[in-house]
Design a protein around this ligand. Structure first.
Ligand code: ATP
Length: 357
């Protein structure tokens, strides 16, 4: 069990000719037993952060502590962490039993009976008892992933670090394994840092989610917090599927104007008091079809999802998305109007992107 304190972490790659700052000024505490998910677009520094926690990369600056002990200078094998990767990294010539027992044979003085017993109990936990004699190539992707997890669990590490462990699985299996992995993590109660580029996976799995962009932490919070109270426009745009509608509006007293014929009167104008222009965000599910609404738009596409429809529409030169009931299916080119509650409106500073409401 471990609390992980990351302070002012910085990681640079390259030399004086070309320097890449992969992680910058990262302050974050991962609580004991917590499942924390790092999420962000490609190249935002997720894997680098995880590898610094693991001890597979040296931090350029800053520190990492496990339970108050500084481990920044410790190598990976001195940190008692277990890593699970996207490509499983199983030994092809070894059976499942051999793969599972390998970390114990390598690092402990346990007898082969003791190791066999531990392998059996981990295999039972993961439901792979019947596969112990098989070689990795005889297994499905999901089974291979279970073996890779088993190999991580077997050493009773203080910390699990997982880098996109489910991304090689098909959508259905991935969603099943998500649940299994969460249940397993809760059962074992081991502090876990998990990397994914998939915000849906992050929202579904994390006790908290740390959103990174360009090497910098943008926000950390529960799924509900980052969804309903995004710290800035980047977080609002990254979290949520389909994505939030975002556009620029002019401020005229208590009224927001444009694009197209967009007009919205605020009952509380305090967030926009000091500005002439503002970035506006409305989530697709908060857009309601209305007569005499604030967003007269033209339907471009209707996507049928079964239990609901996604309406794509245009207002001025901005594309909008609305989630509507499946009975609502206007044809392309139809004029529609949308409205939304003021409580569902997001406002961001034009310059900094920071939330102002
Ligand atoms: P992805 O989802 O694509 O794996 P990521 O968020 O995990 O991306 P990182 O792999 O941490 O991002 O990379 C962050 C930045 O650091 C990128 O610009 C990447 O090109 C750079 N980088 C990562 N590893 C190295 C390395 N060994 N040498 C040089 N640059 C690197």
């Amino acid at each position: 069990m471990a609390t992980i304190d990351i302070t002012k972490l910085r990681k640079e790659y390259g030399d004086e000719n070309e320097q890449i700052v992969a992680v910058e000024d990262l302050d974050l505490t991962i609580e004991d037993g917590e499942f924390l998910v790092f999420v962000g677009p490609s190249g935002c520094g997720k894997t680098t952060t995880l590898r610094c926690i693991a001890g597979l990369e040296d931090a350029t600056d800053g520190s990492i502590e496990f339970n108050g002990t500084d481990v920044t200078e410790r190598r990976a094998r001195e940190r008692n962490v277990a890593m699970v990767f996207q490509n499983y990294a199983l030994y092809p010539h070894m059976s499942v039993r051999g793969n599972l027992g390998f970390p114990l044979r390598l690092s402990t003085k346990q007898s082969s009976d003791e190791i066999d017993e531990k392998v059996d109990s981990v295999a039972r936990l993961l439901g792979i008892e019947d596969l112990l004699a098989d070689k990795p190539k005889e297994l499905s992707g999901g089974q291979q992933q279970r073996v890779a997890l088993g190999r991580a669990i077997i050493r009773d590490p203080e910390v699990f670090l997982m880098d996109e462990p489910l991304s090689n699985l098909d959508a259905k299996l991935r969603s099943k394994m998500r649940t299994e992995l969460q249940e397993l993590q809760q059962e074992l109660d081991v502090t876990t840092a998990y990397v994914t580029h998939d915000q849906v996976e992050a929202m579904a799995m994390g006790d908290r989610i740390a959103i990174l962009d360009k090497g910098r932490l943008q926000q950390v919070g529960t799924a509900n917090e980052v969804y309903r109270s995004p710290a800035n426009e980047f977080v609002a745009g990254f979290i949520g599927s389909p994505s939030i509608n975002l556009f620029t509006a002019e401020v005229d007293g208590d009224t927001l104007l444009g694009p197209g014929e967009f007009v919205y009167t605020l009952s509380d104008r305090s967030p926009v008091e000091d500005t002439n222009t503002v970035r506006v965000g409305v989530r697709p599910e908060d857009m309601q079809l209305a007569s005499n609404g604030s967003m007269p738009s033209v339907v471009t596409v209707v996507e049928h999802m079964g239990n609901e429809n996604f309406l794509y529409a245009q207002i001025g030169d901005i594309d909008l998305t609305a989630r509507v009931e499946s009975e609502v299916q206007p044809s392309e080119g139809t004029e529609v109007d949308f409205d939304f509650e003021e409580a569902d409106l997001y406002l961001f500073d034009v310059e900094t992107g920071k939330s102002i409401k």
